[in-house]
Design a protein around this ligand. Structure first.
Ligand code: A3P
Length: 286
């Protein structure tokens, strides 16, 4: 069984999200909410774990109180799975919340309250590669087809949450809001340094040993083996665990095992067109 897309202001999303849009759009943020925003497959889950650990001083019991999708709920899916919007509304502050919405669709209450936003971006070719595998598991998304077809769809933004190019540029270009822009590749290169940067942005003054503990517990191997961090328990009507693994490889450059030289060339040419004029540069070859 596979899902279908509907449009919200021109952006394709799973039909369930479009159905729930009035409720999502009216989400009531609070001033101390922390919004983790990403294009899908860019390191969202990774940042959810880092932020929950930072907010809870890396307390092992508190940080294992539930799976990540419960600890850091996903606004768009609050009508589809637990925790519901009512439950999230009843939670004490401060809350961390996840979204994949492009900047123009973020519920306005986040901006009215000047909420802190952590945006994670990952180079386009690793993002497609990860998304292609993920879309085999994502029951609420259409079937991904062949990798060749998927690249074409990605380049025109005909995948869930729309154009990667518009998404990453949209948050990058917004300089008047408190947005910390983090790259997946930098998390891979210097996890402790990036954890320190995120803690500073959240105004959490943590001791060095706590920061080190967070970097350790948010490594790929640790998260993969932590049932509270590996998304293995995601409801099967959203993500079918028999069709893939959420914690797949967690590397930079896996695209090289997927793209043919022709696909790579065509993608690169299109990339330069779509990103021309932007000051956004990724730490690795895009
Ligand atoms: P791969 O499919 O390339 O392995 P998101 O959470 O935004 O959906 O992103 C999922 C991607 O991030 C997957 O990439 C997943 O393996 C990777 N990921 C999750 N936790 C990670 C970690 N601690 N370190 C590195 N990569 C991680």
């Amino acid at each position: 069984m596979s899902g279908r897309y509907e449009l919200i202001h021109g952006v394709p999303v799973a039909a369930e999200i479009q159905r729930d849009w009035p409720q999502i759009e009216n989400f009531q943020a609070r001033p101390d909410d922390i919004l983790i925003s990403t294009y899908p497959k860019s390191g969202t889950t990774w940042m959810q774990e880092i932020v929950d650990q930072i907010m809870n001083n890396a307390d092992e019991v508190i940080c294992r109180r539930g799976p990540l999708f419960v600890r850091v709920p996903f606004i768009e899916l609050m009508g589809v799975m637990k925790p519901s919007m009512e439950e999230v509304n009843a939670r004490p502050s401060p809350r961390a919340i996840k979204t994949h919405l492009p900047i123009q669709l973020v519920p306005s209450s986040f901006w009215e309250h000047n909420c802190k936003v952590i945006y994670v971006a990952r180079n386009a070719r690793d993002t497609i590669t990860s998304y292609f595998h993920f879309d085999h598991m994502a029951v609420i998304h259409p079937d991904p087809g062949t990798f060749e077809e998927y690249i074409e769809r990605f380049m025109v933004g005909n995948v869930a949450w729309g154009s990667w190019y518009d998404h990453v540029k949209g948050y990058w270009d917004e300089k008047s809001k408190p947005i910390l822009y983090v790259f997946y590749e930098d998390l891979k290169k210097d996890l402790l340094g990036e954890v320190r940067k995120v803690a500073k942005f959240l105004e959490k003054d943590l001791a060095e040993d706590v920061l080190k503990k967070i970097a350790h517990s948010s490594s790929f191997e640790q998260m993969k083996n932590n049932p509270m961090a590996n998304n293995a328990d995601f409801p099967a009507y959203v993500l079918d665990p028999t069709l893939g693994r959420f914690m797949r490889k967690g590397t930079v450059g896996d695209w090289k095992t997927h793209f043919t030289p022709e696909q790579s060339k065509r993608f690169e040419e299109n990339y330069h067109e779509q990103m021309s004029g932007s000051t956004l540069k990724f730490p690795t070859l895009n």
